[in-house]
Design a protein around this ligand. Structure first.
Ligand code: UTP
Length: 229
């Protein structure tokens, strides 16, 4: 059976919530395994709180951006190993170090898990690079935010929640957000690659495992569907 190809970008804080982690990671792995019966999956793991610890501590003792990025990549790869352990024989703890390697090792019957690749971007951009490389039609961005809003809903109660937007609109929102110096909903380089290669992005709350499964399978989601076609 020919399977659709999907890349999941999973935020580090979704992968490791910091509370009942073993039970949660097992449930997350079960969800991913279930979904992989229907689609060919590559999962890119973020660094979360642990990466932030290293980058913040490293910065305050004089680390360069390059050095901080290298530490961040190290954490994303260890996080990837943790998920791979939980996925058992469907996956490997020998983590690919490039998008090309991930694509080469992906088959309809395995789940390739990886972290970052090189300094200068985040794992969202890695997910877009892998999707491009393997010809995936969509990226599922699983974070702790349940949808894309026109503004920060915590600060602005009038912020509009989007269920469908174009990739250009997402680009505008990220640009606006960057201007304010906030962390991004999706890496701008990832948006550029997704746009150029017509890869859709599904922005979902990854802690809601039903929602995550629906996004991976291409079913209806509660989050935001970013259309790149
Ligand atoms: P993340 O992808 O988790 O970054 O990688 P983030 O900024 O925390 O992303 P969100 O907010 O979850 O989307 C952690 C850090 O590792 C480095 C970067 O410094 C990044 O901030 N990194 C990661 C790289 O330099 N290259 C990569 O390919 C991936």
């Amino acid at each position: 059976m020919k399977k659709e190809k999907v890349v999941v970008s999973i935020g580090g804080s979704v992968l490791i919530p910091g509370e009942n982690d073993p039970a949660y990671i097992k449930k997350l792995a079960e969800t991913i395994k279930d979904a992989s019966g229907a689609v060919q999956l590559v999962v890119v793991c973020g660094g979360g709180r642990i990466a932030r610890y290293y980058t913040e501590t490293g910065r305050s003792i004089g680390g360069s951006t390059y050095q901080l990025d290298i530490m961040g990549i190290g954490v994303t790869r260890i996080n990837a190993q943790l998920l791979a352990v939980s996925l058992g024989k469907l996956s490997s703890t020998d983590i690919p170090e490039t998008a090309e390697e991930a694509s080469r090792r992906s088959t309809p019957d395995n789940i390739v898990v990886m972290g970052g690749t090189e300094p200068g971007h985040t794992t969202d951009a890695v997910a877009a690079m892998v999707a491009k490389e393997m010809g995936a039609g969509r990226i599922v961005n699983a974070t702790s935010v349940e949808a894309v809003y026109s503004d920060d809903p915590k600060k602005n109660p009038a912020a509009e929640r989007y269920s469908d937007i174009t990739i250009d609109k997402l680009g505008e929102l990220v640009y606006k957000e960057h201007g304010a110096g906030n962390s991004s909903v999706f890496d701008p380089l990832g948006i550029k690659i997704a746009k150029e290669n017509k890869i859709d992005i599904l922005m979902v709350d990854g802690r809601d495992l039903e929602e995550l499964k629906n996004a991976i399978l291409g079913s209806r989601i509660k989050g935001t569907y970013v259309n790149s076609q």
